[in-house]
Design a protein around this ligand. Structure first.
Ligand SMILES: Nc1ncnc2c1ncn2[C@@H]1O[C@H](COP(=O)(O)OP(=O)(O)OP(=O)(O)O)[C@@H](O)[C@H]1O
Ligand SMILES: [Mg+2]
Length: 365
């Protein structure tokens, strides 16, 4: 780095990485800030399956050293030029609970109250977890339906979203990150990264559905706050498996077929539809649970995750739910050459977490 580079603004220090460690693949997105815009510098994905004994698109359970090795490979392939990053924590490894706790005007006192009360809700010793929380602002609390919303400050109560992550989870992630030569300034539960990348609706409740390989996560977001979160262990890998069985083909061939046909005509022997109907019946249950408790409707659904790329998913879901359905386009929040747009739009759902992490990291620069 020469003095002139710095003088003429060619320096690369402004670049940041979002690193998403998913069960089936790693995703990285590198952004740089220029005139207040997030410029997309590079991105990349690497399937973890082949690092174990698995296939592309299938979830893995690899030891930390192997994830480290694959992350190094991905950074090299994607030609990442910075080590400065934010990293995702899987939703499955975190505990989120919305609770009503005594309200204190003084933030220090509030912290003490939360730390004391959290013991009742978190089933492991507090010394074993990292605890975080979000206090639902009283204005938002007043918006909640009668049941869920204690009369907030008036009754001396505050709605608080408690978030706990086991120390072991963080220790493993830290070893992967430092092993790959990266420097992380934060670890964020994927749900919050996703919201940053794909939710723009400021007031009305929306549902985000992240269809990963091993699981489908569904979140109801209201005024930017997580009002409900739920996960089921059915994901896009189950579609591949169903196609493999019904068509008597290999997992690799079934994966290709799934990507080629999706829910379109022919629909890979009807298997995608069968798995989606399982996912959607759970989505419907969660939607109704929220709508009944809060006495308001969810106005739209946003799909993310690799399963969100499934062909014809938007049209199919629209027919089933008859509400607004969008497939997420997180790269929309970044600046990229016009010729890349069609590709970015297509792969976008899978990169929602990585984009969200990079956007947060960019705020630190
Ligand atoms: N074009 C496509 N059509 C259908 N499915 C796809 C497509 N591209 C990727 N997938 C599927 O998406 C899944 C991977 O999604 P994603 O990368 O979001 O999962 P992950 O983050 O690794 O998993 P998880 O979130 O469960 O930990 C795989 O099962 C893959 O087969
Ligand atoms: Mg994922």
């Amino acid at each position: 780095m020469s003095f002139l580079d710095t003088l003429f603004g060619k320096k690369k220090e402004g670049s940041v990485l979002g690193v998403d460690i998913g069960s089936s693949s790693l995703k990285v997105v590198q952004l740089r800030k220029e005139k207040g815009q997030a410029i997309l510098e590079t991105y990349g994905e690497l399937s973890l399956g082949p690092y174990g004994d698995g296939e592309i698109g299938q979830a893995t359970n690899l030891p930390a050293e192997q994830i480290t090795a694959s992350l190094k490979d991905l950074l090299r392939e994607a030609k990442a030029t910075t080590t400065s990053c934010g990293v995702s924590i899987p939703f499955a490894r975190a505990l989120l609970t919305l609770v009503s706790l005594p309200y204190r005007a003084d933030p220090k006192e509030q912290k003490t109250v939360i730390e004391l009360e959290a013991r009742k809700y978190i089933p492991v010793p507090m010394s074993e977890v990292q605890l975080d929380w979000f206090i639902v602002p009283p204005a938002e609390q007043a918006q909640f339906g009668a049941e869920s919303a204690p009369n907030a400050a008036r009754e001396g109560k505050a709605d608080v979203l408690l978030v706990a992550v086991h120390n072991d989870v963080l220790t493993t992630l830290q070893s992967v990150v430092s092993g790959a030569g990266l420097a992380a300034t934060f670890y964020e539960i994927e749900i919050f990264s996703t919201i940053r990348a794909v939710v723009d609706e400021p007031i009305k409740p929306v549902m985000v559905i992240d269809i990963g390989a091993a699981s489908t996560k569904m979140y109801v977001i209201e005024r930017g706050i997580v009002a409900l979160s739920h996960s089921i262990s059915t994901g896009s890998q189950d579609i591949t498996r169903a196609i493999a069985i019904s068509g008597n083909v290999s997992i690799a061939a079934a994966e290709e077929l799934k990507k080629k046909e999706g829910l379109g005509d022919g629909g890979a022997l009807g298997s995608p539809e069968l798995v989606f109907s399982r996912i959607f019946s759970e989505v419907r249950r969660v939607l109704m649970q929220y709508e009944t408790a809060h006495k308001k409707s969810i106005t739209s659904i946003i799909f993310t995750g690799g399963g969100g790329i499934t062909k014809e998913l938007g049209a199919y879901a629209k027919r089933i739910f008859s509400i607004d359905v969008h497939v997420a386009d997180p790269f929309k929040k970044t600046e990229a050459p016009a010729f890349m747009r069609p590709v970015l739009e297509e792969i976008g759902p899978e990169f929602a977490v990585a984009v969200g992490l990079a956007l947060r990291k960019l705020d630190e620069v």
